[in-house]
Design a protein around this ligand. Sequence first.
Ligand code: HEM
Length: 416
Amino acid sequence: MAEFPFATVTANELSFAERDERYRRLHDWPGRAYRHASGLRMIWKYDDVREVLDAGSPAITPANALEPLVGYPRIAATPGAIPHLVRHLLPLPAKATADLTDRRLHKQVWDTMAGPAGHFRIPAADRPRQAAAMTAHFHAALRELPAGTTELDVTALSIAYATRVTGSAVGLPEREWQRVAVWSGAQSGLLGRRMRGRELSDAVAALGQLFTVSGRAVDHNLRSGTVGFATRLRDAGIPRRVAVSAVANSLAAGVHTVSGSIQQGVQRLLSDPGRVWWELLTDPATAGQVAAKILQLDPGLVAWKRRVLRPVTLAGGTELPAGPVLVMFAAANRDPAAFPDCLSLRRPGKMPLTFGFGAHICPGKQSATLAVEVFLHQLRMLLPQARLVAAAPGSRRDPDLLFSGAAVRVTGDRRL
Ligand code: HEM
């Protein structure tokens, strides 16, 4: 029997073309679940993924969603990590979002983020203002890159941009924005990568700083009375410890998800010899369709965790034993049973599961979608003739079960 397509590689290590091929083979695979060497059981069929993300059955919980992939015992056994744990992460941060199982408190926090008057929600009338603010972030991030070259590091630009968009959305002071990418990278890495030694202790340090700075930002915003995320959380009656985690979780969640989607999207758009989707970016009406398609096919976050508490049989017949599950929603977004022609812009299929499903659905969905659209549109307007610069031979990204991006450099028709 052929090897399982994601037994030894992750989406993050592949080009978009290799990913297309592996996902196609995945949906031809005879089984519906696979026990990965990490101990996580992988699932990828659209209906299974939706049901497990929804976690509607008491046998399925999101409680492990933010657990580090290497487990807490490995962190506790890493001497370099302990001072950072003690300094920044004790007492342990409160649960506020993805791993919070207290349904009432979770709903309170989620509604403050994305309910009808939620902080991250973008009403249609406010879309032009938000798009203009994101455009300003694009150009500010561009000015921070080395000037006078003909090559543009899209990966660096997308990270600087997503950092600004997310940092400003949660009310982090501007002087801290630059470091958000490092903290967010640490959180993402802890979730999806098998870190050890120095890398692991550095990630714990960065995660700790994320919580410390989030606490400072909440206190500062409450003292100054600036209306924003912190005051909304307070006005909703959410305790400070939970509010700090809501800020930290949102900061960690927004950067590599948005920037990874942009990086992989640019790689796909510029690899098409006809550059059909690239040209559609010129018109805001069709740019939105392209951004939505990129988020379906190439999201910066490809999977999320759940835990099965006792053996369950899903509605479609998939049997899952007790244990942790890797819910591969980017793969589900290509399930032919839900998307007859997933690579076509004209045949949309079901609702992609990029932003999750159910009570924990991503509260940053609207903001992230607009952020990807604005970036791609701005890049197309800046460098209409952009071409991909070939990657250095042998360069490969780290294995990562959750996050996915691409090292993308482009060269344009003018000096930047
Ligand atoms: C392309 C970008 C993004 C993708 C693909 C993405 C994806 C997701 C997914 C799949 C979940 C569900 C987790 C679960 O079911 O437990 C989630 C949750 C979350 N996302 Fe996003 N996200 C993105 C951007 C953002 C942004 C920009 C923010 C903040 C402004 C954000 C904040 C959050 C938070 C706080 C949660 C936890 C929600 C909860 O458990 O109640 N995300 N995201």
